[in-house]
Ligand binder design. Structure first.
Ligand code: MIG
Length: 649
């Protein structure tokens, strides 16, 4: 049962699509105080656990720390960080007398203090008491999550090629760089479906331009790639370069589609293109206009995009420029230490001050950005998604975003931003996936191998073996880091073997993804959603259930030759080996140590179930369904979902 409580004058976020009449009075769970700000408090029983919050730091069980929904461009996802790129204000509390779930539909900064300040209190605070609070009760945790999914509308469905392997790097500059990436994979028999274009494909970092020196005949290049079954995926940034004569800038200024300052002038912030304006992603008309710009690339054969810098990221505003320059001059004069300059610049970037210095136009009303901050990336991705419905009504377009809010899950997927080549981030990747699914984000994944810092051969292999199961399977790395394409490493055949398993499992992965999307269900489930009576299952944070048949337990430790795994029931342990053979062994319920070589991809099949497995192929289009065989328990039924992978459904 869902009840909606309305406080003050909520900003309409569009997160919830189901019509739910507001309740009178206060929720029967917890204590609410709504005055200047908003506060929800709930006394937690010792055995209660909290799941949810989508793209957030730390464990699947969020109890014991603080999480602040405040979309942030922060590339250092260390353990103490409280805000990442997304704002996903949904939690489910269970394990005590009765389970309940909350969705705090509030687009400003929202803090979830989950037994952090007070060891036994859950406290949610919003800066203003203008919000909708949804309270779900009357079922077990998994049921409440599904009920929530039912009221926020169906998750985004990407084209089937998006389930292939993608190679990305900040630093590919020109057509020949991209060709080399494709050849590197082809020569080594590594399957590949997508190559990503980072900001260097643009002319001076201008959205909806292509650098003609680097890509002399872009449409022909896109065609050449498509002939090789490669989809190019260009990046789009939120900020639009200030430059007279650049049509996107000229038109945006002329029509008043950019965010403004308090005095009505157009807000300027520095990002990659230099001084930039920020399209008003909350203004319906501006959104339609910005979405229409994607046509420039659609017309050249592009069918896939990633939206970046849409928290929005602002290095510093025009107002802060003088301060930055003064500090720099102070440094040159010897009055200020370099450290001081660095600290100042870091404090200016994406600061609260910047958020308070620009405005949106929402139906003729001016709204200060900080009040609606968490909706910007959502608005950008919605702009693109809605435009694709108009511009490409017959086919699916791949789209995912860095910043997001619940509601955006209907328009695109997400990637989890600038992680690092750390073993701890491999595990964080695993933990975020079910939480994201609970909030509607099904098409998601992390930068495999790690974005920042230098990766290592074993880390990349292990990370890819997890990536085999994430809907978005993309190897991406930052400018200046160790080259991370799999063919940069010794024994590339080991990597090829791991990636080929993804393609062998595609019939299953696609089928289970689609069932989850069409049925408002989870693709990644925490173990306790499947075995709610099992008291140990709730504490397992390094294994997940995928779809309805498979459990995964990736290796995430350096130099480990295997790992401990907990089986809530008898299961078939399966290893895809580098030579193409498949090892199977039935293991009884309980704890086991399983050996998993660096080149192997392990999974477990639930008792009495079976999954479809195909012969490997070099890209999604070449997958031959006639090679599909069932793997698992003899004679077990499996209903495989499939479709043409392109038509909208
Ligand atoms: O400030 O476009 O998260 O994936 O490679 C960095 C360059 C901007 C951040 C994205 C990352 C991308 C990078 N971008």
């Amino acid at each position: 049962m869902v009840k909606k409580y309305v406080f003050g004058t909520p900003f309409p976020t569009g997160a919830v699509t189901a019509p739910i009449p507001p309740e009178a009075g206060a929720p029967e769970i917890g204590a609410v105080s709504a005055g200047e700000g908003f506060e929800f408090r709930y006394q937690m029983a010792p055995e209660e656990v909290v799941f949810g919050l989508g793209e957030a730091n730390r464990g699947i069980n969020k109890r014991g720390y603080l999480y602040v929904s405040s979309c942030a461009d922060d590339p250092n996802h260390t353990e103490e960080k409280v805000s990442l790129y997304g704002a996903h204000n949904f939690i489910v509390v269970f394990g005590g007398a009765r389970a309940f779930a909350l969705f705090v539909d509030y687009p400003g900064v929202t803090a979830f203090d989950i037994c952090y300040t007070k060891y036994d209190e859950l406290k949610i605070t919003c800066g203003r008491a203008d919000l909708e609070l949804y309270v779900l009760t009357g079922g077990a945790a998994y049921e409440l999550v599904r009920e929530f999914r039912g009221i926020i509308g169906r998750s985004y469905i990407p084209p089937k090629f998006a389930f292939g392997y993608g190679q990305s790097r900040w630093g590919y500059k020109c057509a020949s760089d991209i060709r080399r990436v494709v050849e590197g994979h082809r020569e080594n028999r590594v399957p590949l479906d997508m190559v990503y274009l980072d900001i260097d494909y643009m002319q001076d970092y201008k959205d909806f331009t292509v650098n003609e020196e680097r890509f002399p005949d872009f449409p022909a290049f896109v065609r050449e790639m498509r002939e090789q079954h490669i989809h190019l995926v260009p990046i789009i940034d939120a900020g639009v370069k200030v430059e007279k004569g650049y049509p996107v800038y000229d038109e945006g200024v002329e029509k008043g589609y950019f965010c403004t300052r308090e005095d009505g002038s157009v807000f300027e912030g520095a990002v990659w293109p230099g001084w930039s304006h920020f399209p008003d992603m909350l203004d319906r008309e501006a959104r339609a206009w910005f979405g229409d710009q994607y046509k420039f690339l659609l017309d050249q054969g592009i069918d896939a995009f990633w939206n970046d810098m849409n928290e929005p990221a602002v290095f510093y505003s025009r107002e802060q420029e003088a301060e930055a320059r003064a500090a720099m001059l102070g440094y040159l004069d010897g009055d200020v230490e370099l450290f001081g300059v660095g600290t100042l610049l870091a404090s200016q970037a994406n600061s609260q001050k910047v958020r308070e210095s620009f405005y949106h136009n929402v139906g003729g009303e001016r709204v200060r950005h900080d009040r609606v901050h968490n909706l910007y990336g959502y608005g950008m991705t919605r702009a693109a998604g809605e435009a694709f419905e108009r511009l490409a009504p017959d086919r699916r377009i791949l789209l995912f975003s860095r910043s997001s809010y619940i509601g955006m899950h209907r328009y695109g997927g997400i990637w989890t931003g600038d992680n690092k080549s750390w073993w701890s981030h491999l595990l964080l990747n695993l933990k975020m996936m079910p939480s994201l699914n609970m909030c509607g984000f099904l098409y998601c994944g992390a930068d495999l191998g790690g974005f920042g810092a230098d990766t290592s051969r074993d880390l990349l292999l292990r990370w890819l073996a997890l990536g085999v199961f994430t809907p978005l399977m993309r190897n991406h790395s930052a400018l200046g880091t160790r080259e991370q394409e799999v063919y940069q490493f010794e024994r590339v055949e080991d990597f090829a073997a791991v990636i080929r398993v993804r393609y062998r499992l595609l019939p299953y992965i696609y089928s289970e993804f689609m069932k989850a999307a069409l049925g408002d269900d989870l693709y990644f489930k925490p173990l306790c959603f499947v075995w709610p009576e099992d008291r140990r299952a709730v504490e397992v944070e390094d294994q997940l259930v995928i779809g309805n048949e498979v459990m995964i337990a990736p290796v995430y430790t350096q130099n480990a030759s295997g790992r401990y795994v907990y089986l809530p029931e008898e299961m078939m342990f399966v290893k895809f080996r580098a030579d193409g053979s498949i090892f199977t062994e039935v293991l009884p319920a309980g704890h086991h140590y399983v050996d998993v070589a660096l080149t192997e991809v392990p999974l477990f099949i639930r008792k009495g179930r079976a999954i479809p497995v195909a012969e490997p192929c070099m890209n999604v289009e070449e997958l031959d369904p006639s090679t599909i065989r069932m793997l698992g328990w003899e004679g077990a039924p499996y209903e495989r979902y499939d479709d043409d992978g392109v038509s909208r459904i």
